[in-house]
Design a protein around this ligand. Structure first.
Ligand SMILES: Cc1cc2nc3c(=O)[nH]c(=O)nc-3n(C[C@H](O)[C@H](O)[C@H](O)COP(=O)(O)OP(=O)(O)OC[C@H]3O[C@@H](n4cnc5c(N)ncnc54)[C@H](O)[C@@H]3O)c2cc1C
Length: 366
């Protein structure tokens, strides 16, 4: 039996702990829970109509969204954790036809987008009663994931599989052909090591003399506790404004900010409240939603110079793999990346090629 350690217990680390083969590996997971993007996230799984032109990212996000069908079955995800609630796109100017054309084109390679339909004013309001009557584009395949609930669910499952958890910060050393994990004065030697610590990958890799291009980005969102019956309400993409993500039991999120210059800062700011709530007002018939009690969620995303995620084994050490820079779509891509990393370790005889999803990993290493 080989020993493997995972550092980082966000969506990647926790999913990986559930896909690694326990007949082959004794698994330990280290997570200091300091800056978890996954717990703070908004939860949108709907990448298909993104304006990003990066084809490799799109392929990864598209396959990541499609992978949720398997994830839901493999891990028995309930509607509280993951639900295909659909997504609604609203526009200030009437360019819904263009958007519909793009959606129909993209669906040829992404049947999981489901039904695509331009909704009348009445149909829009019947799906999301707080909106001003206006036409919208509906995709039935859009979904939302509760990041926090997902982690809690997967932690329980992995504990049942014998994964050992350490709620501690870990550092690493190279120990001949193996890896030494140092945590709270103790040290463990493992055969294989996976680093998925978000932006802290830079600090961790520097401990073994590797420089990587990854940076922290602050993200804030607002969580409103309303008395609306939000069950099955779709996610809203509002042109030029924040996104709206309804969860069950009346919780509605408005988010999120992208603050590159604020890095690791986790403070709540009034400016964020203003930015997130002002833009949405023209789309709603009354400002009732933002009058409910709310709290902030603040997290730190990781991003790279070209805003692309990267993952896989280190080119010089086959026993070391990492994943980071998932940016603002990491809930969508994270589980699939974790699955691919699990396959890499579970089946070392197979040669894996990730070039449809990312540039050469050396692009991000110095
Ligand atoms: C406000 C916000 C909204 C978002 N909304 C969406 C969305 O709607 N849809 C979407 O797809 N994505 C969204 N994202 C992005 C997504 O949440 C992230 O890309 C994804 O969760 C990153 O997962 P991860 O596993 O890489 O890292 P994380 O979730 O950050 O987990 C990494 C963990 O490693 C720990 N760690 C770091 N260093 C060490 C160490 N040395 N020892 C032990 N532990 C360590 C950290 O403390 C952290 O707990 C959002 C993010 C934010 C912040």
């Amino acid at each position: 039996m080989k020993k493997i350690a995972i550092i980082g217990g966000g969506i990647i680390g926790m999913t990986l702990a559930n896909y690694l083969d326990t007949d082959k590996f004794e698994i330990s997971l280290f997570d200091d829970e300091k800056n978890q993007a996954t717990k703070a996230s908004a939860g949108i799984i709907s990448p298909w109509l993104s304006k990003r032109r990066n084809q490799k990212w799109y392929q990864l996000a598209k396959d990541g969204a499609a992978f949720f069908e398997k994830l839901k079955t493999d891990f028995d995800l309930t509607d509280e954790v993951y639900e295909k609630c659909g997504t609604l796109f609203l526009r200030k100017n009437s360019d819904l036809e263009e958007l519909e054309k793009l959606a129909l084109e993209r669906r040829k390679n992404a049947p999981e987008m489901g039904e695509i339909k331009v909704l009348s004013k009445e149909e829009t309001v019947s799906l999301f009663p707080l909106l001003k009557p206006s036409e919208s584009l509906y995709l039935s395949g859009g979904a939302r994931l509760d990041g926090k609930a997902y982690l809690a669910h997967l932690k329980k499952r992995s504990q049942a599989r014998g994964v050992k958890f350490f709620a501690e910060r870990a550092t690493i050393l190279k120990a001949d052909e193996k890896w030494e994990i140092v945590h709270q004065g103790e040290s463990d030697v493992v055969d294989d090591l996976v680093l998925c610590p978000g932006p802290a990958l830079k600090e961790l890799l520097s401990e073994i003399g590797v420089d990587v291009d990854v940076r922290p980005q602050k993200g804030q969102l607002l969580s409103f506790k309303t008395d609306f019956d939000t069950k099955d309400w779709p996610v809203l993409f509002l042109e030029g404004a924040a996104d709206i993500i309804p969860f069950q039991e009346g919780e509605i999120l408005i988010g999120a900010t992208h603050e590159n210059e604020k890095g690791w800062d986790l403070s709540e700011s009034e400016a964020a409240f203003f930015d997130l709530t002002e833009g949405i007002k023209p789309y709603f018939s009354e400002s009732k939603l933002i009058e409910f009690p709310y709290h902030y969620r603040v997290g730190t995303r990781a991003y790279s110079a070209d805003f692309s995620p990267f993952f896989g084994p280190h080119p010089a050490f086959s026993s070391l793999a990492f994943a980071s820079a998932l940016g603002s779509s990491g809930l969508t891509t994270g589980p699939y990346i974790a699955y691919l990393l699990a396959q890499y370790f579970n089946h070392p005889e197979t040669k894996w090629d990730y070039s449809i999803y990312q540039k050469d990993i050396n692009t991000y290493l110095k």
